[in-house]
Design a protein around this ligand. Structure first.
Ligand code: GUN
Ligand code: FE
Length: 441
């Protein structure tokens, strides 16, 4: 284990329950935050002077697809169902362990450099071990789900699974990777969405997720055609259908929830289902603007994610915070979702969505040391009078100075400490070209 680390003289946005902003120091020891405030550095401690900088909790992106990072630029200007059928599924079907590794490394390098320290990610149907293997040495904290798809004629044959095989593979991943990499890696169930899963599969995931205490990560009510399709097949509104099959509960994380009516919103609140809001993706796929203000007013935990690089095309949490706030200004009126609200959604509420609120999401003694130093010197931030407004409306990934996960600096002075970003980018370009060829794109 490395020597203790002291970060000195920062403006600390703790995102604790009182949202205290503290001028001072943080002591990190054995991967955890040992103290916050004025600290006498222990002998042999490494000291980082963060005078004039912000120290914030690492961002928690609760909806991404690392495997789609190689698809960036290959799938633009389409709406959800055509986008899936003509681009995403053929490209996912063309993935190999080597292209998955390249995609996961590219995504992790980019996410970490931009201050994201934890993700909930839905990968593709096959070879999810390759994603875990790629992430383990990079240091990103991740809950990874192998995508489950056992229904739907529009799916390429390689992605269509037998129901039991899909469940067995998900359980095998969960067993193999439980608490891997010092607890940084975990598996989740990831039924893709109601359209590509059978009722038996969803019911089995509902009961097995409780039995094995695993999160469930899915997409729901993102697009009007998707909602209509689910209604046609099941006779139910999408969220009601999720409730019917046992998937309306506090360990269920549903991306999007753009088209949820009043009764569904009430159900999400009553069952403490976690909503994963993806404003950048919702704009680019022309999905709509989610009723985030109304959901939050009902007490629903709403967190943020960039979704995949195939529908965003950035993996930038600063952008998602800014869009979350500004889109609600358009939908509901200015100030209905403040910069501070967006920042809390990006950190503390992300941790709560993943059931990790005792471990991450704020800067408090005892929590894991997942923290980010953000520079305040840029002209684009001045005069920088309100920390939340600066970080949400003006700052970006280029302002990230240092990123620490589990007490380990993975990015320092803007550069990676343990991987070669140039090599990762070159490998990703090669793998993306070969993958597009295999997919016939
Ligand atoms: N719905 C089902 N699959 C997907 C996916 O890969 N991305 C998005 N945005 N929505 C989906
Ligand atoms: Fe998605």
């Amino acid at each position: 284990m490395s020597a203790p680390l002291v970060i000195r003289n920062a403006t600390i946005l703790t995102v604790n329950a009182a949202l205290d902003i503290v001028e001072g120091d943080v002591l990190i020891d054995r991967g955890r935050i040992a103290a916050v405030g004025a600290i006498d550095a222990p002998p042999h401690a490494r000291v980082i002077d963060a005078a004039g900088d912000y120290l914030i909790p690492g961002f928690v992106q609760t909806h991404v697809h690392l495997c789609q990072t190689l698809f960036r630029g290959y799938a633009d200007d389409l709406a959800l169902l055509d986008w899936l059928k003509t681009r995403i599924w053929p490209m996912e079907a063309a993935h190999t362990p080597s292209s998955l590794r390249a995609a996961a490394r590219l995504a992790a390098a980019d996410l970490l450099a931009g201050g994201t320290t934890t993700v909930l990610t839905m990968e593709t149907v096959h070879d999810t071990d390759a994603v875990f293997d790629a992430l383990a040495p990079m240091g990103l904290r991740a809950i990874v789900g192998k995508c489950m798809m056992d229904a739907d004629d529009a799916v390429p044959r390689r992605l269509l699974e037998e129901t039991q095989a899909s469940i067995d593979e998900s359980l095998a991943l969960a067993k193999h990777w439980r608490d891997a990499a010092n607890g940084r890696l975990q598996a989740a169930f990831a039924p893709r969405f109601a359209v590509s899963c059978s009722r038996e599969l969803l019911e089995a995931v509902g009961s097995l997720s409780r039995e094995h205490r695993l999160l469930v990560h899915s997409h729901a009510s993102e697009n009007r055609d998707e909602v209509a399709l689910v209604h046609e097949r099941t006779g139910r509104r999408n969220i009601q259908y999720f409730a019917d099959v046992g998937l309306a509960a506090s360990h269920v994380c549903l991306a999007h929830c753009v088209w949820v009516d009043e009764a569904e919103q009430a159900l999400l609140a009553e069952r403490d289902v976690k909503v994963l809001h993806c404003p950048g993706s919702n704009l680019k796929l022309a999905s709509g603007i989610a009723p985030v203000t109304a959901l939050r007013a009902r007490g629903v935990n709403v967190s943020l994610g960039a979704d995949g690089a195939a529908c965003n095309n950035r993996l930038d949490m600063f952008q998602e915070m800014r869009l979350a706030a500004t889109l609600q200004a358009v939908r509901e009126g200015p100030g209905r979702l403040t910069a501070r609200d967006a920042f809390v959604m990006a950190t503390r509420e992300g941790a709560r969505a993943l059931g990790l609120d005792d471990e991450i999401g704020s800067i408090e003694a005892g929590k894991k040391a997942d923290v980010v130093i953000v520079r305040r010197q840029g002209a684009h931030l001045a005069p920088d009078v309100d920390p939340y407004a600066s970080l949400v409306y003006a700052a970006g990934p280029a302002d990230v100075r240092t990123v620490i996960v589990d007490g380990v600096p993975l990015v320092d002075e803007g550069g990676a400490t343990s991987w070669d970003t140039r090599e990762i980018v070159d490998d990703a370009r090669r793998e993306a070209r070969a993958l597009a060829n295999r997919a016939g794109l």
